[in-house]
Ligand binder design. Structure first.
Ligand SMILES: [Zn+2]
Length: 298
C-alpha cells in the first residue's frame, strides 16, 4: 500500500550532494583506468543472509570454495598476468581462513575492509560501529594491516556508516554506482567524506555468474559477458574515465568464470592506455591532484 507519509518525508534534494567528479588526469602514459578489485566474502556471504546457514553445510560450501579453490586460482592468474589488485575481505573470512588471507597479502595485493559479518546496514542499526571495528581489528590482528579502502557489504551505505568511515581513517570507498570517475563525498553536515571510486555494475560477476544459490535464471556464457565487459571498457576508454570490477572468488574462481576473466584481463592488458591498478593507487592519484600537485603517481 502507498505510504504517503513516508513519501512526503523524502527530501527534495539529490541523495548524493557531492560535487561533480573532477577531471584529474591519470598517470602518464595512461588515459583511462581499471580498478581491479575482488570481494572475499567466503561463507559470510551466506551467513549474513541467515545465521542459521552456518549449520547448512552445502550452502556454506559455496562460500568455502573461496578458500579451497577460488582465491588460490585467482592469485595464480594475477601472478601469471603480473597484475596487482585490491581484495576487500570480511573480518570473518580473515578469522576463519587466515591462510587464505595471508596468501593474498603475501602476493602483494592490497587488502581492503569489507565489514566483519558482511551485514547489510539500515539507518539506525545499533551494530554499525561494532561491525566496522571488528573488521579493522581482524585485519590488524591477523595480517597487521590498517586498510585505507572500504567496500560496503551488499553495496549499501548509510549516513552513520559514511561518517564512521571518515572517523576511522578510511581514505576511499568503492560502492556507489553514480559515476565513472573518482569524486569526493560530501557528508550530510557539509564536511568532506571519503574519495569514492565508483563501482561499474556490469563488472559485478554475481550478476552474470551466480546471483543466488537457488537462482531462478541460468548463468550467462563467456561470449555474452565478454561482449558486455569489452563494450563497457572500450567506451570508458573513449571517455577517459575508469571502470571498477566487483569480482568474487566463489564466482570468478570457478573454472568457466576464470577462463572468462583470463581472456578479459588479457584483453585489458593489451590496451596500453588503461591503467590497471589498485584502489589505493587511484586514491593516491586523486589526492595528489586534489592537493594541487601536477605530478601523478607512476
Ligand atoms: Zn561482499
Amino acid at each position: 500500500m502507498l505510504d504517503s507519509k513516508a513519501l512526503e518525508s523524502i527530501p527534495l534534494v539529490p541523495a548524493n550532494t557531492a560535487d561533480p567528479a573532477p577531471n584529474h588526469p591519470w598517470p602518464k602514459p595512461y588515459t583511462s583506468a581499471m580498478f581491479l578489485s575482488f570481494d572475499v566474502d567466503a561463507e559470510s556471504a551466506w551467513t549474513s543472509k541467515d545465521a542459521g546457514h552456518a549449520q547448512r553445510l552445502i550452502t556454506m560450501s559455496y562460500g568455502g570454495y573461496e578458500a579451497r579453490v577460488g582465491t588460490p586460482k585467482l592469485l595464480e592468474l594475477l601472478d601469471q598476468l603480473d597484475l596487482k589488485a585490491t581484495f576487500f575481505v570480511t573480518g570473518w573470512s580473515v578469522d576463519a581462513h587466515p591462510a587464505m588471507a595471508e596468501s593474498i597479502l603475501k602476493a602483494g595485493h592490497e587488502i581492503g575492509h569489507h565489514g566483519y559479518h558482511h551485514l547489510l546496514p539500515d539507518p539506525g542499526d545499533p551494530w554499525i560501529e561494532e561491525e566496522l571495528e571488528r573488521g579493522f581489528e581482524a585485519l590488524k590482528r591477523r595480517l597487521g594491516v590498517k586498510p585505507t579502502g572500504y567496500r560496503a557489504p551488499y553495496g549499501e551505505l548509510t549516513e552513520e556508516l559514511r561518517v564512521a568511515l571518515v572517523h576511522h581513517g578510511i581514505v576511499y570507498t568503492s560502492s556507489f554506482r553514480d559515476d565513472v570517475r573518482p569524486y569526493r563525498h560530501r557528508l550530510a553536515d557539509g564536511k568532506p567524506g571519503t574519495i569514492e571510486l565508483p563501482v561499474t555494475a556490469s563488472y559485478d560477476d554475481w550478476m552474470h555468474g551466480l546471483s543466488a544459490r537457488f537462482s531462478p535464471r541460468s548463468i550467462f556464457p563467456k561470449e555474452h559477458v565478454l561482449s558486455m565487459w569489452k563494450d563497457e571498457l572500450d567506451e570508458v576508454r573513449d571517455w577517459g574515465a575508469m571502470v571498477t570490477t566487483v569480482l568474487h572468488p566463489q564466482c570468478s574462481g570457478r573454472p568457466m568464470r576464470l577462463r572468462l576473466l583470463r581472456e578479459f584481463l588479457t584483453y585489458v592488458k593489451s590496451c596500453p592506455d588503461v591503467w590497471i591498478t589498485t584502489g589505493e593507487k587511484i586514491a593516491e592519484n586523486f589526492l595528489r591532484h586534489e592537493a594541487g600537485s601536477r605530478s601523478a603517481v607512476p
